[in-house]
Design a protein around this ligand. Structure first.
Ligand SMILES: Nc1ncnc2c1ncn2[C@@H]1O[C@H](COP(=O)(O)OP(=O)(O)OP(=O)(O)O)[C@@H](O)[C@H]1O
Ligand SMILES: [Mg+2]
Length: 361
């Protein structure tokens, strides 16, 4: 049985003035101690979800539960929840320790206790030596850490992070992702993060919630989301996915055989059922699951190469199958005999063992 959730959104809708739909009947269970990420395009309702959990926004309908208790009407400061905002919102006239200790100073704690907790929180984010520094003297990454320390110092049950790393450059961002994940494991606190960066979501989360137009499309661990997307939206939002209209031609045990034009494809039946002979389905094929060869052999289909894009470790071929379907193929740069240029015909086939999802129409 699934553990009882720490936070539950129960059919939560949020309609803003003018009838703008922020959230549309969202059901979400957040498990204690997990790192869960809300991912989706701009305007899909990520920030609204966080604000509803924090209590800054009240749902138009539905409930927010914490430990099974209805907290929908509870004010933000009465919830064991803390938020790290996108712009950090640090107090510029206070030093680092004062910023971090601010939340504690509102509570009835002794000065010594406040100083200890502030020191511990700053230690946790690697800024113990910056206690007296002015916020204006800090780098972007250091400010981010101060904001984190300030949020964890009050020991919230749930920490909400709205695009916490978006202001950082790519290198620092990657470093902070690792630190954020490590911090979360050490604290054991439930983290709910918002991002629209799918790479970030995949690398940091225990589970990802993919949102679209105020609704949840799928909730799953990163690898499941990548390998078994439940909808076309998820398939195309997480990484790159070729969506190939394919005809069912038969099955070998678990494996369903399809052809996209002349390209043979294989998929695993999720339900154990197969489509009828000749029925058309959308098959999702990852670019890394296609191989491009110079010679035609049984099992390959010709595709005209339109362009080749340099991706560092791989080269990405944009090509077109005979029936006109566009197809993207990732080829390792060092691949032996790789010698395509735009205008060439590549012979492509599915990598053996590739496990393509059948997507709902
Ligand atoms: N206070 C508000 N008044 C009116 N509409 C709002 C308000 N806040 C959000 N919305 C609308 O609700 C929808 C969801 O907004 P939300 O801020 O949750 O999106 P988001 O997923 O966080 O997007 P982004 O990635 O751009 O931050 C959008 O259409 C937005 O315009
Ligand atoms: Mg937002």
């Amino acid at each position: 049985m699934a553990p009882d959730p720490l936070v539950r959104l129960q059919t939560v809708s949020k309609i803003f003035p003018g009838g703008i739909v922020g959230l549309d009947a969202v059901d979400l269970d957040i498990i204690s101690g997990e790192f869960i990420t809300l991912l989706g395009p701009s305007g899909c309702g990520k920030t609204t979800s966080l604000r509803v959990i924090a209590g800054f926004e009240s749902p138009s309908s539905g409930k927010v539960l914490l430990d099974g208790r209805d907290i929908t009407a509870l004010r933000p400061f009465d919830r064991p929840v803390n938020t790290v905002f996108q712009d950090y919102a640090l107090f510029p006239h206070m030093n680092v320790a004062e910023n971090v200790g601010f939340g504690l100073s509102l509570r009835k704690l002794s000065g010594a206790e406040q100083a200890k907790r502030t020191g511990d929180a700053l230690d946790m984010v690697g800024l113990a030596d910056k206690l007296r520094a002015r916020v204006s003297e800090l780098s972007g990454g250091q400010r981010q850490r101060v904001a984190l320390a300030r949020a964890i110092v009050c020991e919230p049950r749930v920490l909400l992070l709205d695009e916490p790393l978006s202001a950082l450059d790519a290198h620092l961002r990657e470093q902070m992702q690792v630190e954020l994940k490590r911090l979360q494991s050490r604290l054991g606190t439930t983290f709910v993060m918002v991002t629209h960066d799918q790479t970030e979501a995949l690398s940091i989360s225990d589970r990802i919630v993919v949102m679209n137009k105020g609704r949840i499309e799928q909730i799953a661990p990163p690898a499941t989301l990548y390998d078994r997307p439940a909808t076309k939206f998820v398939a195309s939002f997480i990484g790159t996915m070729n969506l190939l209209q394919s005809r069912f031609v038969g099955r070998d045990g678990e494996r369903l055989r399809f052809t996209a034009g002349t390209l043979p494809l294989e998929a695993i039946s999720e339900t154990g059922q197969s489509p009828g002979e000749g029925e058309v389905r959308t098959i999702g094929v990852r670019p890394e699951d296609l191989l491009a060869m110079t010679e035609a052999v049984p099992g390959t289909a010709p595709a005209r190469v339109d362009s080749i894009v340099f991706h560092g470790r791989t080269l990405r071929l944009h090509a077109e199958l005979e029936q006109g379907a566009p197809v993207v193929i990732d080829a390792p740069r060092q691949a032996e005999g790789f010698q395509f240029s735009a205008g060439d015909v590549a012979h492509i086939r599915l990598r053996r063992g590739a496990n393509c999802p059948v997507l709902p129409s």
